[in-house]
Design a protein around this ligand. Sequence first.
Ligand code: OOG
Length: 242
Amino acid sequence: MSTTDHLARRLDDAATSRTAIPQFDADTALDVPTAYRVQQAVVDHRLSRGERPVGLKLGLTSRAKMAQMGVDEVIWGRLTDAMHISDGGTLRLSAHIHPKAEPEVAFLVHGGAITAVAPALEVIDSRYVDFRFTLPEVIADNTSASGFVLGAWQPLPDGIDNLGVLLEVDGRPVQTGSTAAILGDPRRALAEAVRLAAASGVDLADDSVLLAGAATAAVRLRAGSHVRVTVDKLGTASLRVA
Ligand code: OOG
């Protein structure tokens, strides 16, 4: 088995068995292009179980996260239909390892343009112990992608570059921020996603969902809680944790 297939198998087993794995050995020497090939192979395992690709996500789009990882490049991952949780729907902790939620905005992309926008929650669930990883390792792990909730789609209003973002757990504010934290203006996510995915030979298909990146730090999900994002002008999206 090639190294790519072997690492993809380990990451897929971690996800399906809900058991975090340690970081790869230093001698694995994963570089970024190889890491995206591992990511493709990880997602291929999902597709072979009948999941369908529905879009892409960006990660490390905020300066805070880039600084934390010591990088200056955004990363991207792939979304499948099985990751979608309906608005107000339930996330089962038992189907995850140690999930966290982040407030985001999502775009609907058609013909290379943004056709609609929605407030969104992304659920990230690193397959590595304690969310500890190098940049190539998190890329290989499909950038921790695990779930997403979309609020109502609506036409793109003028100026979404500095909208207030509030993340509440059980009605209490736990994070506040601005869409400005997402690449300075979340609309930049489209050009970034197109450029980055093209480097791996991937196009953004018509009617793709694009998660633009987190507007604040992520919060750990606990059983019984209700998590809601509110983005000014765009509205809310929420999930329950069971
Ligand atoms: C990596 C994925 C982060 C974002 O929006 O920055 C991400 C992680 O922190 O596990 O999706």
